[in-house]
Design a protein around this ligand. Structure first.
Ligand code: PHE
Length: 451
């Protein structure tokens, strides 16, 4: 069989694949919580402003570097300047660390989908259901295996046949489901109060922490500093408009995050009778609070099924982008065929995901820095490596290869309308903001501050 050409077939295909990466668990389980915590509309506004400036410049940079070099993140930086090969290595470590544990959570999502789909949603309301499940051994491993296998199957099919086609099916369904669920939730009695709480700007929520939290969230949500956008950029045809594509991906990502908030904040409000302290983020929101919320609604069983399909699609397209990035690195480094590289990465991910999964049960005694194994990997990648990679990327572009190199790549296909803003951001503003993210996310993990 001839190896398929590594390129997206159209701009839409590229946008949907990159948006698929960006729209993930973070949009659903963290964005709504942060918005509610930091003054509703106030946070939304801060987030939006940061997305179209800070997020925009970073994403544009990565896609342009990918397209210019046509390389995997491992060698993309080196090919522009030999002294920066360390950045390629640092950047490649991120998806290698994240992919396995992301699949553990993907496995939990399939499990919950299965529970609801078989009409057993009522069981998930029990307090011990979630902890009982994740502290087991064989069951979480089984779901984990299923999730990685599904991801690997799509990646193995290649950029166009696998990733692009899957995104073209999954992303539109994801939009329809999220809009549908949001419409259902906001029309329930008592939802209005929650909706107002979510959207109305409360100026007292504005603080330095609000800006920091928005920035950290944005960064993760747009799949930045993990080599993904470099990889996808390297598959982008030279004829496509980078700037317009980044604007679309941004809109997609922020739009879905906003709609998730319209699902989560009002439904938790209806359930709690307006007590916002019930709202949390992360696994406890998704696997403990929301099942209780669904359990209290008349159509809760059905809502559970549809909701977990939505989450599953969001997680799957993100996992695909992670695996593709790792596969592209392995293929390039070892000169392997896609299929062989996929099998190797699949085996690696499975092996590495096992300790993360068992860390909530038999391996719970392993607690580096006082964290579970999964949270430890999450900390290293999200709070340490990613801000470092982003910081060095800004320095690299701003002062080594110069913003003009990126701008020239953007201009290969279309005029670069925000060039001035871009140069200003990448040289001066973004590095400072990223340094603040780095300091605050480390401080947050150790409980010195609370974001
Ligand atoms: N951007 C994704 C989200 O918001 C997160 C992600 C993490 C995507 C790792 C790809 C890889 O959830």
């Amino acid at each position: 069989m001839k190896e398929q050409k590594n390129s997206f077939s159209s701009r839409l295909g590229f946008i949907l694949a990159a948006a698929g990466s960006a729209v993930g668990l973070g949009n659903i389980w963290r964005f709504p919580y942060l918005a509610a915590k930091y003054g509703g509309g106030t946070f939304l506004l801060v987030y939006l402003i940061l997305a179209v400036t800070f997020g925009f410049s970073l994403m544009l940079t990565e896609i342009a570097i990918g397209r210019k070099t046509g390389r995997s993140p491992l060698s993309a930086f080196t090919s522009l300047n030999k002294k920066f090969s360390f950045l390629g290595i640092l950047c490649s470590i991120v998806p290698v660390v994240i992919f396995p544990y992301y699949c553990v959570i993907g496995g939990w999502v399939i499990k919950y989908f299965f529970v609801y789909a078989t009409g057993r949603g009522a069981q998930a309301v029990e307090d011990t259901f979630f902890t009982g499940f994740i502290s087991g051994a064989a069951e979480p491993l089984f779901w984990l295996f299923l999730f990685i296998a599904g991801t690997a199957l799509i990646v193995m099919l290649g950029v166009q046949k696998g990733i692009e086609n899957a995104s073209k099916v999954l992303m539109p369904i994801l939009v329809i489901l999220s809009v549908g669920i949001a419409a259902y939730v906001v029309t329930r009695p008592g939802a209005l109060e929650g909706l107002i709480y979510y959207i109305k700007p409360d100026l007292s929520g504005f603080s330095a922490n609000c800006v920091l939290a928005a920035m950290g969230q944005l960064f993760y949500s747009m799949s930045l500093a993990m080599g993904i956008m470099i990889t996808y950029g390297s598959y982008m045809p030279k004829t496509e408009n980078i700037e317009a594509s980044v604007r679309s991906i941004e809109l997609f990502d922020t739009g879905i995050a906003f709609i998730s908030g319209m699902i989560i904040v009002p439904s938790v409000f209806i359930f709690s009778g307006g007590d916002e302290s019930v709202l949390s983020s992360g696994p406890s929101l998704m696997f403990i609070t929301l099942p209780k919320v669904f359990g209290s609604m008349r159509a809760g069983g059905l809502l559970g099924v549809v909701f977990f399909v939505l989450v599953l699609f969001a997680a799957l397209t993100s996992a695909i982008s992670l695996m593709e990035t790792v596969v592209s690195i392995v293929q390039e480094k070892c000169g392997l065929k896609r299929r062989i590289a996929c099998i190797l990465v699949f085996a690696y991910a499975l092996l590495m995901a096992v300790p993360s999964s068992l860390g909530f049960g038999v391996l719970s005694w392993v607690a580096p820095l006082g964290l579970s194994i999964l949270d430890f990997f999450d900390f290293i990648s999200n709070s340490v490596l990613m801000p470092l990679v982003a910081l060095f990327t800004c320095i690299f572009v701003g002062y080594v290869i110069k913003p003009k190199t990126v701008a020239d790549e953007v201009k290969v296909s279309a005029p670069f309308r925000s060039e001035k803003l871009y140069t200003l951001l990448i040289k001066y503003i973004a590095p400072v903001l990223i340094l603040l993210i780095l300091i605050s996310s480390v401080a947050n993990t150790f409980g010195w501050i609370s974001l």
